[in-house]
Design a protein around this ligand. Structure first.
Ligand SMILES: [Fe+2]
Length: 169
C-alpha cells in the first residue's frame, strides 16, 4: 500500500488509462479531464490539499457522464453526481487507497456540480479547476470584464482565482 500511495505518478497513469477506457472515442471528455487535472495539480501545489485525493478526483470527476446519458437520457449535473461515485468506487477498489480517501473522492465527485455536500480544500481545488475549463464553454460571449467578475464570484480558492485570471484573461 505504501509504495502505491507514495507513487502518485503510477497512480495517475493507472487512473488516466481507466478514464480513457471508459470515455473511449470521446476525446473531448478525455481532454477535459486532462485539462482539469493540470489545473488541479497547479492549484494544489499552492493550496496543499491531499495529493492523491486531488489527482484522483480531477481525473474521475466526470466519470459518470456516459452512464447518466445511458440511464437518464441526460448528462445533467445531478445525474452525473448520482452515477459517478459508484464507477469511481469500482475503479478505486482495485487500488490500494485508504477507505476514507475513497469516500472523500466519491463525495467530491458526487457534489462537483452542486457543491451540496462538501467543502474541503480538495473539493475547492477540483471545483476551481473544473470551472477554469468550463467558463469559456459555458460563457463564450463573456468579455474580459464579465469573465473577471465571474472568476471573482465562482472560484473558491485564491490560487484558483489566480490561475483562472492567468488562463482566461
Ligand atoms: Fe468537468
Amino acid at each position: 500500500m505504501v509504495d502505491k500511495l507514495l507513487n502518485t505518478g503510477e497512480l495517475k497513469n493507472i487512473l488516466i488509462n481507466e478514464m480513457k477506457g471508459i470515455f473511449g472515442e470521446d476525446t473531448r471528455r478525455i481532454n477535459h479531464a486532462l485539462n482539469v487535472l493540470s489545473n488541479a495539480e497547479a492549484i494544489n501545489s499552492k493550496e496543499n490539499g491531499d495529493e492523491i485525493t486531488v489527482i484522483t478526483a480531477a481525473i474521475l470527476h466526470d466519470i459518470g457522464i456516459q452512464e447518466a446519458e445511458r440511464k437518464h437520457g441526460s448528462s445533467a449535473g445531478n445525474y452525473q453526481e448520482i452515477e459517478g461515485p459508484p464507477i469511481a468506487r469500482r475503479i478505486l477498489s482495485n487500488l490500494d487507497i485508504p477507505d476514507e480517501t475513497v469516500e472523500h473522492i466519491c463525495r467530491i465527485i458526487g457534489s462537483h456540480h452542486s457543491a451540496n455536500d462538501i467543502d474541503t480544500i480538495e473539493f475547492r481545488v477540483i471545483w476551481d479547476s473544473d470551472w477554469i475549463v468550463n467558463i469559456p464553454d459555458e460563457f463564450p460571449d463573456y468579455g474580459r470584464e464579465k469573465t473577471e467578475e465571474l472568476i471573482g464570484k465562482i472560484m473558491k480558492t485564491c490560487s484558483g482565482r489566480d490561475r483562472a485570471r492567468e488562463v482566461l484573461l
